[in-house]
Ligand binder design. Structure first.
Ligand code: GRG
Length: 293
């Protein structure tokens, strides 16, 4: 199948999975479930759940990877909802729509984020109960990636770095590896776990996720500096206005672009060492490097 058709087939599977596995908007308390669905179903690239499904397919899909894919999108969306709150990034626009606290109110957005985080682990517990070893491995992979030493730790250091005149390149790497690459790594490893990957291949998937995640974040920094708000669907130019240390600020636009290319090449080399047909994942990595939003 051609790349674009394969990507939309994966995205459609994810959309159907979200609709089926997340409580309906009318579920009591309706305002909370409406807010959860509002943020989840606002669009978004669905990068992480697509990576889960595509990584599982590399290994012949021993277990249905869809609940894991939806769980990871719930975790990612919770982090966006909380990141947008007034006490963090205080943003008005996300995925081309008003942020959750603008559409509802701050308390509802906070609770919707909490509920999405919890729902991720409910989905794992309920849908992989018949495969306890897989259930434990997925829980460990996702909890480690989203925890205090990875996603939340990266966010904490990001907030601390905003208060400093200049963060160092090493501090910036810590932030990007944890705030961005951890969830992308968890997506590939989670898919590998569902597909029945060996430990060696799980290691290769995690290395791929590290490079892909770094490339993704550097491109994000470049887009923040060069694209407009309408194209991005979120406020553009925020990093520079906030005086934030980014790859672009530390190294300049050209070097940032070269660095993203080098990380993409590293990801492609690691993908090539995996069994199965990794052509879709390789094409996705190239698309991410060239993306405009
Ligand atoms: C609140 C614990 C906590 C963490 C927040 C997600 C996040 C961490 C911050 C948002 C800002 C940011 C630049 C995060 C890095 C990861 C990233 C680029 C997220 C956006 O992911 P996309 O572009 O979003 O895949 P869509 O909307 O397409 O899913």
């Amino acid at each position: 199948m051609e790349f674009a058709a394969q990507l939309s087939a994966y995205v459609e599977r994810v959309e159907r999975g979200i609709d089926a596995l997340v409580p309906p908007a009318g579920t009591r308390p309706a305002r909370l479930h409406e807010a959860m669905r509002y943020s989840l179903q606002a669009g978004g690239k669905r990068l992480r759940p697509v990576l889960v499904l595509a990584a599982a397919d590399l290994f012949g899909r021993r277990h249905n990877a869809l609940p894991a894919a939806v769980a990871l999108e719930c975790l990612h969306t919770y982090s966006l909802v909380h990141d947008d709150l007034p006490c963090m990034d205080n943003d008005d626009l996300r995925r081309g729509r008003p942020t959750a606290h603008r559409q509802f109110d701050e308390a509802t957005a906070l609770l919707a984020g909490d509920a999405l985080l919890t729902l991720a682990f409910q989905l794992l517990a309920h849908h992989y109960a018949a495969a306890p070893a897989l259930c434990a491995a997925l829980t460990r992979e996702f909890a480690d990636a989203a925890g205090s030493q990875r996603l939340i730790g990266g966010q904490m250091e990001d907030l601390l770095a905003e208060k400093k005149a200049d963060a160092t390149a090493a501090e910036l790497d810590f932030i990007h590896l944890n705030k961005t690459a951890a969830m992308i790594t968890a997506a590939l490893a989670g898919g590998g776990l569902c597909g029945g990957a060996t430990e060696a291949d799980l290691g290769r998937l995690r290395e791929t996720g590290r490079s892909l995640g770094l490339a993704f974040q550097i491109v994000d920094d470049v887009l923040d500096a060069t694209a407009d708000t309408a194209t991005l669907g979120k406020t553009a130019g925020k990093d520079a206005r906030a005086g934030k240390t980014t790859y672009v600020r530390l190294h300049g636009l050209d070097a940032a672009r070269r660095h993203a290319e080098a990380q993409t090449e590293a990801a492609l080399a690691r993908l090539a060492a995996l069994p199965g047909d990794s052509a879709f994942l390789a094409a996705l990595a190239r698309r991410l490097a060239a993306r405009k939003s």
